[in-house]
Write a protein that binds this ligand. Structure first.
Ligand SMILES: [Zn+2]
Ligand SMILES: [Zn+2]
Length: 127
């Protein structure tokens, strides 16, 4: 969010921003120029520096920490099995994948109960 130049009190509209596509990963506005909207805060890919590029998951090993994302983020509202969700106890090294046999596989991160998220780290490995 920057400061707006105003003409007669109304925010000046810059047509250059009209056609920014939403972030392909989270579905939010990448530059925060929708006054009413939330903007993308997806992590940068450590390999290419890209943000909001779904190919980075497969090609660059990008993961996103679900527990750090905004609750409105698309990946926190998608079934865990679809986003390749993995979890581990905080402070441990081994990630475990949520398989289809898991009772929670069809649930979203936001729907998980306390016992699943307390002291546990979660990440998405695809989108
Ligand atoms: Zn995003
Ligand atoms: Zn990348």
């Amino acid at each position: 969010m920057g400061t707006y130049d105003t003409i007669g009190g109304a925010p000046r509209h810059d047509p250059a921003f009209d056609h920014d596509p939403p972030c392909a990963v989270c579905g939010l506005d990448p530059y925060g120029d929708f006054p009413e909207g939330k903007s993308c805060n997806c992590s940068e890919c450590l390999v290419c520096g890209g943000v909001g590029d779904p190919r980075c998951f497969a090609e660059h090993g990008l993961t996103l920490d679900l527990y750090l994302l905004d609750p409105d983020h698309r990946l926190r509202n998608a079934p865990l099995s679809e986003i390749g969700a993995e979890y581990r106890s905080a402070g441990t090294k081994t990630w475990r994948r949520v398989g289809l046999q898991y009772r929670i596989a069809g649930h979203t991160f936001n729907e998980l109960g306390e016992s699943w998220v307390t002291s546990t780290e979660w990440r998405a490995t695809k989108c």
